[in-house]
Design a protein around this ligand. Sequence first.
Ligand code: MN
Length: 500
Amino acid sequence: MKPFKNLEVWFLTGSQHLYGDDVLKEVAQNSEEIAKYFDALEEIPVKVVYKSTLTGPEEIRKMCLEANSAENCIGLITWMHTFSPARMWISGLKVLNKPFVHLHTQFNRDIPWSEIDMDFMNTNQAAHGGREFGFIGTRMRKNRKVVVGYWQDEEVINQLSIWMRAAAAWADAQGAKIARFGDNMRQVAVTEGDKVEAQIKLGYEVNGYALGDLVKYVDKVSEAEIDELIKIYQEEYNVAEDLLPGKEKHQSLRDAAKIELGMKAFLEAGNFKAFTTNFQDLHGLKQLPGLAVQRLMAAGYGFGPEGDWKTAALVRAMKVMGQGLEGGAALMEHYTYHLDQDDTKVLGSHMLEICETIAVGKPSLEVHPLGIGGKEDPARLVFDVAEGLAVNASMIDMGDRLRLIVNEVDVVEPNEDLPKLPVARVLWEPKPDLQTEAAAWIYAGGAHHTSFSQAITQEYLQDFADIADLEYVLIDEDTKIPEFKQKLNWNDIYYRFKGL
Ligand code: MN
């Protein structure tokens, strides 16, 4: 089953009338075969629909307008089987407001050495037809992904499916609603930002709600509903002895369950996709929502703490991109370092709110005191995270634009057990190394909060940034500080000239 079974990508083929009807018929047949091949693949996460072979500016424009207004269409795959004079595409590309990928492939994989003649050459001229189409995309400064190779190659299919997942996250953000319980943490800089700009650029709306609005939902939760949820906790987690029914801290767990049910009801009633909390604004709640946030994130909600709505939206987008893939996505924070120069590492965590989709093994459900927030001891899930490649991503507001910063990391096992640390945690080695990564991240202005994922790679985020027209800054194994600083300076000039 496709993870986005209601979403479609349209397959459009460019050609012209120069070659006669027989060639156009063959082009259409080949195109349909490729589209059907993609559609049948499990790795391709959406429906792929062959639409038509386009041979003139009017039909191209009409098709683009149709794609714009088709709710289920999240983007286009364009392929030039023959030569499609690209001025025919100007009026269509001018109005197109859906993402597109330029698939630069050829129907036949191999040159048929002994058979090849000029007819074959005329029908199979994507090698230069695609370059003509490429020029107009570049001339019109259109962001798009270019995927090159034989259409059945694994790498081509992988690149297409990554782009489709980024396009699905983009579609998900359009008109999405994000709830903020309270405002930003006082005096904090990076969690602030221009909500109007974000809505124009990224499509989601962020609105604030008083804690009283949430508390109304929490107060409506019945004891029977709490009993039911406690049973689920007992099935899904290793619940600490002192939290079990009849034990001394059981009431704390019931209070946490009540907050979870109230929050869930509020978010469902308002059709929200992400939310933020703020420990400075918890009026009417008995605990800082820890367990509730962890479980709602696992259910698919984006989340940012301390009013960090940009991170909430990014966590949501990364959850959508990774839907159905192995590994999860969670809010994360660079918490503390291991600075042994032969073994530098970052311990990532948060006060409480790390999503259980990244947990290895069964999480423990525990209640411990929390110095911050001035409330009763909150419940939380405690777990470790599996080893392997992951990404940390941060969206910041530069004042004149949004910047997406991404770092590739290797999750590693803790050097020793952490018996006294009562929160979910993950240890990683950033690429290329902590010294370079932290300096680059800081030069780039990356936030302390990130969205962390083991389900997706930087390529998903790069595609997402291209679709959203965001500045994209990658810190990976090739990053070197002098070039990196230069790139940031060049970007500043580029975006100033480009105008936003
Ligand atoms: Mn924080």
